[in-house]
Design a protein around this ligand. Structure first.
Ligand code: SF4
Length: 401
């Protein structure tokens, strides 16, 4: 009698050796493949892709700077935003504050800035142009890997220009690549359930495709655990893979889990640790055209972060000198540079600091030479609420378009 799971084994073997999975196969593997077999195949695919560097696992030193929490989009899962009329909760950061945070990032060896903020009703293209120009003038070495399709859609509307023009202008002002936040869940039902005022998943991808065409690469994300189905999870991957086949512009895929505190959606995350591991593995196998898969220790914890490195992930993200968005919703995990290096080493991999474009900057192959920068800690200056340099939204920030 034929082994009822032999076709799963055959599909895993094929994907591990570079063959392409159909969405139907990916769904079946995601649901039914034995966990260890799934992880083994994903790890084999990672090793195959990184034949010369498979012993490494990378991280980056970066800072998220939240320039405002004022937002008209009111996503139900978000604990960070304040409605424009909520003058008690709403705040903006002025340019001096932002430049000070950039200076500190450079001083601490950070290489990347990730701007994340609300859809402020007054922030058009010019706001971002002015900010990026000022940063690049003072800190040309800092890579601005920031924003996503949602911010582009919003700023273009505020300024009354096309998204092509908006992207071209912020690129010329200094944006190096898009962080690709706002992907959330791309399939319509799952997206509408948590972010009904955001652009559609198709539109999000369309804008990223335009950006790739204009020379700005990006990463892409997935928010797991708000009640989406397994079918929708795999459909999210399919939508990304289809665009990637055309553009090749997605550098990495970063799934992370829903944090249920202080928001309208509440409930609890419906992505279990095992589901998360399975997603990392199936992403490595199904997204055969995306180079990097990142494990999110920030939302799933450090031990899970280590495990992802055995399920297809090649990168553990960043030290994150500052983070307020998922922290506002309850993400409590914290780390620092020596610990992140040790986490990677504890997963039996050689830690390596990378750049935004995944070039290796330094390899920590001898613990005796590990960096000891004590201030390179996550959440060095996070507030997760107004205060500590945040200013009320009623204060003018920069001239807006
Ligand atoms: S996730 Fe972003 S767009 Fe949605 S409410 Fe929060 S800040 Fe606004």
């Amino acid at each position: 009698m034929a082994n009822p799971t032999s076709h799963l084994t055959a599909a895993l073997d094929r994907a591990a050796t570079g063959g392409r999975l159909t969405p139907e196969e990916a769904l079946e593997l995601y649901r039914d493949a034995p966990l260890h077999a799934l992880g083994q195949a994903a790890d084999a695919a990672r090793r195959r892709r990184y034949a010369d560097t498979h012993a490494l696992a990378t991280y980056i030193i970066e800072r998220n700077i939240n320039y405002t929490n004022v937002c008209v989009t009111a996503c139900k899962f978000c604990a960070f935003y304040a409605a424009p009329k909520d003058t008690e909760k709403g705040w903006t950061r002025d340019l001096d504050d932002i430049l000070r945070r950039c200076a500190e990032t450079v001083e601490l060896g950070g290489t990347q800035i990730m701007f994340q903020g609300g859809h402020h009703p007054d922030y058009g293209v010019q706001y971002y142009e002015d900010m990026f120009r000022a940063i690049k003038e003072r800190f040309p070495e800092l890579v601005i890997h920031s924003l996503g399709a949602s911010e582009v859609e919003h700023m273009a509307k505020v300024s009354g220009v096309s998204v092509d023009e908006a992207i071209g202008r912020i690129r010329d002002a200094g944006l190096d690549s898009f962080a690709g936040a706002g992907a959330e869940l791309l399939p319509a039902r799952a997206r509408n359930a948590i972010a009904p005022l955001k652009e559609s998943g198709e539109r999000w991808l369309e804008i990223m495709e335009i950006a790739h065409g204009l020379g700005l690469e990006s990463t892409t994300t997935m928010l797991m655990g708000t009640g989406e189905t397994n079918v929708e999870r795999i459909e999210h991957l399919r939508m990304i893979r289809d665009v990637q086949d055309r553009t090749g512009g997605f550098r990495a895929f970063i799934p992370y889990t829903y944090q249920p505190e202080n928001n309208k959606l509440k409930g609890q995350t419906q992505a279990t640790p095992l589901e998360y591991l399975r997603m990392i593995a199936i992403a490595r196998l199904f997204l055969d055209n995306v180079a990097h898969i990142q494990g999110s220790w920030l939302t799933t914890g450090k031990a899970m972060g280590q495990l992802t490195l055995h399920y297809g992930a090649d990168d553990l993200g960043s030290v994150m000198l500052e983070e307020n968005v998922v922290s506002s919703a309850g993400a409590k995990h914290r780390s620092n540079l020596p610990e992140l290096i040790e986490l990677i080493r504890g997963a039996d991999r050689v830690p390596a600091q990378r750049s935004t474009t995944y070039d290796i900057l330094r390899v920590h192959d001898d613990p005796a030479n590990d960096p000891v920068e004590e201030r390179v800690v996550s959440h060095l200056s996070s507030t997760a609420d107004p205060g500590d340099g945040a200013r009320r939204r009623s204060l003018p920030v920069l001239p807006v378009s």
